[in-house]
Design a protein around this ligand. Sequence first.
Ligand SMILES: C[S@@+](CC[C@H](N)C(=O)[O-])C[C@H]1O[C@@H](n2cnc3c(N)ncnc32)[C@H](O)[C@@H]1O
Length: 310
Amino acid sequence: MTDRLESGWASGASARGRVVEGDNLELLRSLPDGCIDLVYADPPFNTGRRRASARLRTTRSADGDRTGFGGRRYRTVMGETRGFDDRFDDYAGFLEPRISEIRRVLAPHGSLYLHLDFREAHATKLLLDHIFGPEAFLNEIVWAYDYGGRPKDRWPAKHDTILVYVREPGRHFFDAEAVERIPYMAPGLVSAEKVARGKLPTDVWWHTIVPTAGNERTGYPAQKPLGILRRIVSASSAPGAWVLDPFAGSGTTGVACLELGRRFLLVDESPAAIEVMRTRLPEEHGIAFERLNPSTLGPREGSDRNRRPG
Ligand SMILES: C[S@@+](CC[C@H](N)C(=O)[O-])C[C@H]1O[C@@H](n2cnc3c(N)ncnc32)[C@H](O)[C@@H]1O
């Protein structure tokens, strides 16, 4: 499976990882059937607003509001905002062609993890049943966290939903042994040997959001924690596999793949996301950055697009 992407647009110097700026539907349509081992997709959640975070920058200024190294004065200015639009009139209409293409590019043992929240999880599950078939449903993972405001007129919504579908039921890759184990909730109820080994996580994952301070945080809105991606990548792909993230944002999937020895194809249409990925996934790691360019795309409709890669 390892050399399947090394044709068409994906040929080139680097096979470790590729970051592509452009619309994921165009890119997906250019890929051959069955060339990807795992897809993690974290589309905008349809929150009805623009997701953005502003960056603060400091510039030298005699009448600045801060004093820095050597007593120099600096002025704090609001930098440009990073973000993406998260408003859809027809969310299912946006996802449907993309999910169909994702299914087509998955290898027979491949899986899709689709990350959603309460707004669209129910309707999208029906869409996935329609495209993959209900028998291809593997799991509904609940990622539970505990951060942010607590409205008083309902239960505070503190979880996301990750729907997992497999390309061919019964043939999917899943390596439970590769998953990092977690502490038992009630260690007094199990043997000391089991406590020492830890337990396999269930379909409910308690995990903090990306800490607001700390190295992991990039400032890109809706960045997902590396711990969530490590778990997905280690369970559902083998070392050397190709992992696709068509809504890559800050590139969390790429960072997990680099750590775990998987290859990756990351796509995002936002130049701000690409800028963040350039700092998180430096080119010296053997990662190629490119802009989607129809002339360098691989097989398209009417050519050998439907061939099975060797
Ligand atoms: C929720 S964010 C992904 C966050 C990412 N998982 C992370 O950890 O940083 C969704 C991303 O999808 C991108 N996006 C939305 N529509 C797209 C499209 N049609 N093609 C490519 N990227 C798209 C947005 O620019 C945004 O960066």
